[in-house]
Design a protein around this ligand. Structure first.
Ligand code: BG6
Length: 511
């Protein structure tokens, strides 16, 4: 255990887990004024420092087109930490962290600014002992990735001595279709080797998502049932109650399928459906995810097996909210979908004939992300028809958020009746079973970048495979044209999504 850890008052001395602490390093953050930096990246860096997981000389360099000095940048980080950090604010942690803050003003096409950046990193290596190890976090629109990466290369910042590392971190969207994803990859790989490119899918940083691996592979009771002999279908839901907020610039023209199905939902599907990896190192884990993504096929009739919608006005949390087309900065005739549902097949022995239904939407009734494994009915039920009227399918529900945990739904006898059966739930809740609070996804992922630990970052091949699945659906919607079906804010999405499941004799869950 390192000294940083012994002295961390947040650490329980009985905790015997080996801490993972980053070695000497720093991070350069592009896009410091954006939401992602302010709401996620900066607070996560503070939380890591507060947990004693960053090296003492850690440095954070902000780069932006602002006329700021180091103190101005520090003030921005301070605000963000005060507002969004998960752990308590401690002055001594903050002041030690802030000593490593630097700011380099400039545009992405400004050579002088990048020369300054290079000099700043060299200086930090000397005064803060960052050892030449720096991660470049591109929290900027993807249209600028190429320009920034070229500048980093041009100014000799991507490749260092064999004893030092340079890594680049990018956030989705990784392209907007297969072709553009390949182009993006070509740009990045001109400057960075594959092992130095970290693609963030923040869902993989969530504890409940990683718990899918624990549940499936550390237990004996689930895996024997995890196949087409017992599973009727799988539903993966990512419902949000919020609308588009101030993100029109990013979202309009992108839509729900590209925004979250291409990445978060297909990654969830891959973890649920893949075979057991040889180990959880990146090579083996990614190989299994990739294998299952490659076996995914679409039903022939996309009209019957996909649905899209756009939220109309309605109610959210007791407040009247406008429809998508009336949100600020949305094109008045935008055809961007804010709800998407798709039915996918996995063509392998384990899952033959088991549909996977994925849906994601904004302005739905509540915020909930879950994976529901819905089982077939018992092959024979020695009860009267009335006795089982209120019995539905057994289900195992992995509650990703917000009420993190797992629910097992099964039938039980109703007390006092002769033998009536009704659904009951058995619950595991993170909050009730563990005393440690879950770290934020970004804490885990940023630490993994600094440690050079890649299993939780999707490989480029997974990204490509996901576009292969999605491109025909988006093409089909574009060819079909017209406006996506309107659905009232505060409901569960468009009628066409309900009809999609009803045709298969099934119902979406109402979590
Ligand atoms: C992002 C999407 O990846 O995930 C957003 O771009 C979405 O549109 C967000 O709101 C949801 O994240 P979380 O962690 O709150 O489920």
């Amino acid at each position: 255990m390192s000294p940083a850890d012994w002295t961390n008052p947040l650490r329980d001395p009985r905790d015997r887990r080996l801490p993972r602490i980053a070695g000497p390093c720093g991070m350069v953050l592009f896009g410091v004024t954006g939401d992602l930096s302010r709401k996620k990246v900066m607070p996560a860096i503070y939380d890591l420092a507060n947990r004693g997981l960053l090296p003492p000389g850690f440095s954070l360099v902000g780069f932006a087109r602002r006329d700021w000095a180091n103190q101005d940048f520090a003030a921005i980080v301070h605000d963000s930490v005060k507002q969004y950090a998960r752990t308590e604010f401690r002055e001594e942690v903050w002041s030690q962290l802030a000593e490593g803050f630097r700011f380099v003003p400039g545009d992405f096409d400004d050579d002088i600014a990048f020369a300054n950046l290079a000099r700043t990193l060299d200086e930090l290596d000397v005064v803060r002992g960052t050892g030449g190890n720096h991660a470049f976090y591109l929290a900027i629109p993807p249209g600028f990735f190429g320009m920034v990466v070229d500048q980093l290369k041009e100014h000799d910042m991507v490749d260092k001595s064999p004893n030092a590392w340079r890594r680049v971190v990018i956030e989705k969207p990784f392209g907007h279709d297969l072709q553009s994803a390949k182009e993006l990859q070509a740009t990045l790989s001109e400057a960075f080797p594959s092992e130095s490119i970290f693609r963030i899918d923040h869902y993989l940083g969530k504890e409940t998502v990683q718990n899918i691996l624990a549940m499936r592979f550390a237990n004996e009771m689930f895996e024997p049932l995890w196949n087409s002999n017992y599973v009727d279908h799988v539903q993966i839901t990512m419902a949000e109650d919020i609308g588009i907020g101030g993100r029109a610039g990013y979202y309009d023209g992108i839509g729900a399928a590209r925004d979250v199905i291409q990445n978060h939902l297909l990654q969830l599907l891959a973890l649920v459906a893949m075979e057991e990896p040889i180990s959880f190192d990146s090579r083996n884990l990614r190989a299994e995810k990739l294998k299952v993504l490659k076996t995914i096929s679409l039903p022939r009739r996309l009209d019957l097996s996909t649905a899209r919608g756009q939220y109309a006005e309605g109610w959210s949390g007791g407040v009247k909210v406008p429809g998508y087309l009336h949100e600020e900065a949305i094109k008045p005739r935008s055809t961007t979908e804010t709800f998407a549902a798709v039915k996918l097949h996995i063509d392998n022995r384990r899952w033959a004939g088991v549909p996977f239904y994925l849906r994601a939407g904004k302005r739905l009734a509540r915020r909930v992300t879950e994976v529901a494994i819905v089982f077939k009915p018992a092959p024979h039920q020695p009860f009267t028809a009335q006795a089982t009227e209120e019995l539905t399918h057994n289900a195992l529900v992995i509650r990703v958020q917000p009420d993190e945990g797992t629910t097992l739904r099964f039938g039980a006898k109703v007390p006092g009746t002769a033998l009536e059966i009704r659904d009951v739930n058995m619950d595991f809740a993170y909050g009730g079973s563990f005393v440690e609070a879950s770290p934020e996804a970004y804490e885990r992922l940023i630490l993994d970048v600094l440690l050079g630990d890649p299993p939780l970052f999707p490989h480029h091949e997974e990204v490509e495979e996901s576009w292969r699945i999605l491109d025909p659906i988006i093409d089909y919607w574009e060819r079909k044209g017209g406006r996506p079906e309107q659905y009232p804010s505060g409901g569960w999405g468009p009628g066409s999504a309900t009809a999609m499941l009803e045709r298969d004799g099934r119902l979406w869950r109402r979590p």
